[in-house]
Design a protein around this ligand. Structure first.
Ligand code: IVH
Length: 718
């Protein structure tokens, strides 16, 4: 009987199993096309459909879930603790040096050690020293089975679940990869992603990070991989661990092979003596990452920042060159690493103590300055969080004048023992965000008193709460004018209701004049009321009323995001709108329903339940409805499919924000790519289009301007 049962089960179930394996392969292929090659073949929507199908199968057959399943990218149940795992080969550190002359000394040491074996000119492999968190990836039979932190060098922590969420890290290598392939690299955040993450943290009322390295390390240390999944982490590979079944002659060969297998890196240049000019051109070309979809791994790889150098003079030139472009790089570095290129020579040189004799880290002098801490101001955010801000005697650091720096929270100030009047060392981290590193004169007599965050809100005078174990102190008065103003600023912001022309000053005036006391009041505002405000002309007042009116044509996702519920960012808001469909359903959501939504974790669900049980959200949504705001979910595509299957690339300055144009194209079934290739159908080129235009012309790809694009839409409408 049991055999007939299994025979019956094996038919459809084995078909489903085959479909499951096919989906894993297909999604892996699309990941590679998107992240490594920057050549997507399907739209985001169709990709999501594949993932949805995969998740459904996995939910029904949890025992089928494969280690290399793309589902692992979204994060899973939190761990109790990280498991400690020994490295097969210890993860060592590098000898540091702080000046360019040290490169000559390094070369002399290497020559001396090699003795008569030393070649006339030693070839070095030079690359940036990334400022992030060291990580080991272990691929067994081509599958990413483990990711370990450095730990104490001998034993690291198993953070596999977090690393699997990094889209550019392949879960599987091509078939020709050796059976055991361990690689090491640095987990980082790009400067732009870091800025956005901190903005989001601030919007969520969470503590901000001091610099990209802290943010990357903090994300990897999360036991809940869904948090890591929400952070735009990246990785650059720069060293081998244990490799079995394949040999490499040099570091250059190793890194090129890694790139070819889809592992992320900054690319290897073939020229050893390329000048800054050539690089600047390449950087310009790649700068387009900033105005497009954000830099894909391929863009970063095209920077080709690593290269070989023949002898110490070329290595020194590399150091000077990288230092000169340091500011314009999209990620933080703190020096360059010079390695003997030949692996055989590396073996010959071996190790001393905990560092290899064949490599040196030549660090850049830090971009620091000394100034006076004039005052510690306290700002109240949208969620009531009190953030201390350093008001500094303006000082120049790395080419910019710095007069403010966030101090994050009380703990941070205590740790650094910062007091008003102190001379302090400041530094720019993550490109623009200045930070106070330490007190310059901690032993001085007559320093001011220790700083304490106020026990009462500086805006409304209500008492402040700081829950056990939390770093952030909050004002909990929902009527606090600072909270009201910040909530409205968030509500009108571009990614929320996008009310143009309603700037901070105007919001403050409207609240101070008691014309509005909550976001929904905007939809009951009359032209005459705005006109009564100081410095409001007829024209600008009418413009504001029109902008408010336009924002009525919104959708549920934007409204949910605009409400500013703690931990509900844009992505979560979209998922909620998708899951509930309309505001009635959303307002009545139960915790079971919420927890069933893929990217709603426990913390988010709790915050939502709390918000939905209170009056504020319920009342606001009702009043928005009365005020004529559209609360329905927007359809994925308009269904007209006017641009179905057409592959676009967008470049130059256009009259509408790029993400709106992208959304428009996608809603019509088109696809927006990051870079021009043979597969591109149309280049939409605005003012000052640069290299993408040149490339399109070279490939004979159709180029349209804004007007043509508009007519394209109406043409296809017919
Ligand atoms: S090679 C045997 N290459 O620097 C050591 N390390 O001080 C092999 N690092 O823990 C390391 N960029 O986290 C190497 N291009 C690079 C690097 C790099 C950053 C870090 C790494 C390591 C530390 C050593």
């Amino acid at each position: 009987m049991s055999s007939s049962k299994s025979a019956r089960a094996s038919g459809p179930s084995s078909e489903l199993r085959a479909r499951y394996d096919e989906l894993v392969r297909e999604i892996q292929r699309h990941d590679h096309l998107y992240h490594a090659l920057d050549q997507p073949e399907i739209s985001d929507h169709n990709y999501d459909l594949l993932v949805e199908e995969l998740l459904k199968i996995e939910a029904a057959h949890p025992d089928w879930v494969r280690a290399d399943s793309p589902s692992q990218r979204v994060g899973s149940q939190p761990l109790e603790a990280f498991t400690k795992v020994a490295h097969r080969r210890p993860m060592l550190s590098l000898q540091n040096s702080y000046s360019v002359e040290d490169i000559d000394e390094f070369d002399a040491r290497v020559r001396k050690q090699l003795g008569s074996d030393a070649p006339e000119v030693i070839e070095y492999f030079c690359e940036p020293k990334f400022d992030g968190l060291a990580m080991e990836l272990i691929y067994e039979q081509g599958v990413l089975t483990r990711a370990l932190t450095r730990g104490d060098g001998a034993v690291g922590e198993d953070v596999t679940a977090n690393i699997r969420t990094i889209r550019s890290v392949p879960l599987r290598l091509p078939a020709e990869a050796p059976p055991l392939f361990e690689v090491r690299g640095e987990v980082i955040l790009l400067k732009d992603d870091f800025r956005r993450l901190n903005e989001q943290q601030e919007a969520d009322g969470e503590a901000t990070f001091a610099n990209p390295r802290n943010a990357a390390a903090g994300s990897i240390r999360q036991l809940d991989s869904r948090i890591a999944a929400s952070r735009p982490l990246r990785m650059f590979i720069y060293a081998p661990g244990v490799i079995e079944g394949r040999s490499f002659a040099s570091q250059a060969e190793f890194e090129k092979q890694c790139l070819a297998w889809g592992l992320p890196g900054v690319g290897v240049s073939d020229e050893s003596t390329e000048g800054a000019g050539a690089f600047e051109t390449r950087l310009q070309v790649n700068k387009l990452w900033a105005d497009s979809l954000g830099p894909s791994s391929k863009f970063l790889q095209r920077l080709r920042l690593a290269r070989t150098a023949r002898g110490p003079a070329e290595a020194r030139a590399y150091y000077e060159f990288i230092q000169s472009i340091r500011e314009s790089l999209p990620f933080d570095i703190d020096g360059v690493v010079i390695k003997v290129n030949s692996w055989r020579t590396q073996d010959e040189l071996g190790f001393v103590a905990r560092s290899p004799r064949w490599a040196t880290a030549a660090k850049f002098p830090p971009q620091q300055a000394e100034t006076t801490l004039r005052e510690i101001a306290v700002q109240v955010g949208r969620t009531g969080a009190l953030t201390p801000v350093a008001i500094l005697e303006p000082a120049r650091v790395g080419g910019v004048t710095v007069s403010h720096a966030t101090l994050h929270n009380q703990d941070e100030i205590d740790r650094k023992d910062l007091r008003v009047g102190d001379r302090v060392i400041i530094q720019r981290a993550g490109d623009v965000i200045p930070e106070v590193v330490r007190v310059a004169n901690p032993d001085d007599q007559g320093r001011g008193p220790k700083f304490r965050l106020p026990t009462h809100c500086p805006s409304c005078g209500n008492s402040v709460e700081r829950p056990e174990g939390e770093a952030v102190a909050r004002c909990v008065n929902p009527l606090c004018p600072a909270i009201v103003k910040e909530s409205i600023k968030h509500f009108v912001s571009r990614r929320a209701m996008n009310i143009e022309g309603l700037g901070d000053k105007l919001i403050e005036a409207l609240v101070d004049e008691k014309l509005i006391a909550r976001p929904s009041d905007l939809y009951f505002l009359k032209l005459e009321q705005v006109l009564n405000l100081e410095r409001q002309g007829e024209k600008s007042a009418q413009k504001l009323i029109d902008a408010i009116d336009r924002s009525r044509d919104s959708d549920l996702a934007r409204v949910i995001y605009a409400l500013g519920i703690r931990f509900v960012g844009e992505t979560t808001a979209k998922s909620l709108a998708l899951a509930f469909g309309d505001h009635e359903e959303f307002l009545a959501a139960t915790s079971e329903q919420l927890s069933a939504i893929p990217d709603v974790g426990e913390k988010v669900a709790q915050s939502l339940i709390q918000a939905l049980q209170g009056d504020y959200v319920q009342n606001e949504v009702r009043r928005l409805q009365e005020g004529g705001v559209r609360l329905a979910k927007r359809k994925q595509a308009t269904g007209l499919g006017r641009l179905k299957g057409v592959k676009f690339v967008i470049t130059g300055t256009l009259p509408e924000p790029r993400d709106q144009i992208k959304a428009l194209i996608e809603s019509e079934g088109g696809l927006v790519q990051g870079s021009v290739s043979k597969k591109t159908d149309i280049l939409l080129a605005g003012e000052e289009a640069g290299s993408k235009l040149a490339k399109a012309e070279e490939l004979g790809i159709r180029v349209v301007d804004w007007a043509e694009f508009q007519s394209l839409l109406s043409e296809r409408k017919a």
